[in-house]
Ligand binder design. Structure first.
Ligand code: NAD
Length: 253
């Protein structure tokens, strides 16, 4: 098993890629701290992991709430004394276009950037205690290339890529590797929200979009989880400061 005796914390692990990674990391021997704002989804992920013979605990936290994030870090310190894997997976598409309200800006920025940044800071000492830690950030192909419909999202996800490099440099000497994953279109419960349209229109736009992906299909959450597992494990022991596109060739064009 690739993550035996490791403690792994994954945000937004109640759905999609976070849930897929939580299940895979647990299967590979990690104790997974499942963090999500949705209580039912959190409990479901934990129940699925336990039913499969894995080890997990659920923590219902809104990443916009910095006090709750600090309390979570304190709890991890008290219960585990170290953290080996931090997967900052939480993210939302947010509002489209450039003509945004301050509320729309704040909501997405707090979820896509601020919460994960502060949580990482609160957990840095615990990551250093691991001696062999891996931090993984969810970016997006929208952070690598321009996104005419979602400039704010593109800005957030491009910011993640810059942060991955800087955080990797800041923590390299402490045995903490920091990397990102830039997923292309992935079939998760959150995907329809990216198209910001009716169900019928979303289906049409999705089909048209998928036709432009060189591999001719969207990704499955498990295909992001396997890359996250690689980055979390010793298989990536000399990999730090990079963001890997996992996009069926989309950004190779
Ligand atoms: N799905 C895609 O095509 C795609 C493509 C590129 C990047 N991404 C990125 O990958 C990551 C995972 O996306 P997904 O599609 O698997 O997600 P998803 O929409 O399936 O799940 C999101 C989860 O985040 C939780 N969440 C939302 N707001 C929260 C908050 N304030 N605090 C805590 N939890 C909160 C939700 O309850 C939900 O369980 C995100 O960062 C997303 O931006 C997704």
């Amino acid at each position: 098993m690739l993550l035996e005796n490791r403690i792994a914390l994954i945000t937004a692990a109640g759905s999609g890629m976070g849930q897929a990674a939580a299940k895979l990391f647990a299967k590979e021997g990690a104790h997974v701290i499942v963090v999500d704002v949705n209580e039912d989804a959190t409990n479901q992920t934990v129940a699925d992991i336990k039913a499969a013979g894995g080890s997990a605990q659920g923590e219902v936290v809104d990443v916009r709430d910095l006090d709750a994030l600090k309390a979570l870090a304190d709890k991890v310190a008290a219960e585990h004394g170290k953290l080996d894997v931090l997967y900052n997976n939480v993210g939302i598409p947010g509002a489209a276009g450039m003509d945004l309200t301050l509320e729309e800006w704040n909501l997405a920025t707090e979820i896509n950037i601020r919460g994960s940044f502060f949580l990482s800071g609160y957990l840095t000492d615990l990551l250093k205690k691991s001696g062999n830690a891996s931090v993984i950030w969810a970016s997006s192909t929208s952070g690598l290339v321009g996104s005419p419909f979602s400039p704010m999202y593109s800005f957030h996800k491009g910011g993640v890529i810059a942060l991955v490099r800087s955080m990797a440099l800041a923590l390299a000497a402490d045995g903490v590797r920091v990397n990102g994953i830039a997923p292309g279109t992935t079939e998760t419960p959150g995907l329809p929200a990216f198209f910001r349209a009716s169900e019928e229109e979303t289906k049409k736009r999705m089909e048209a979009f998928v036709a432009t992906i060189p591999m001719g299909r969207a990704a499955q959450p498990s295909e992001m989880a396997s890359v996250a597992l690689f980055l979390a494990s010793d298989m990536a022991s000399f990999v730090t400061g990079v963001t890997i596109p996992v996009d069926g060739g989309m950004t190779a064009k």
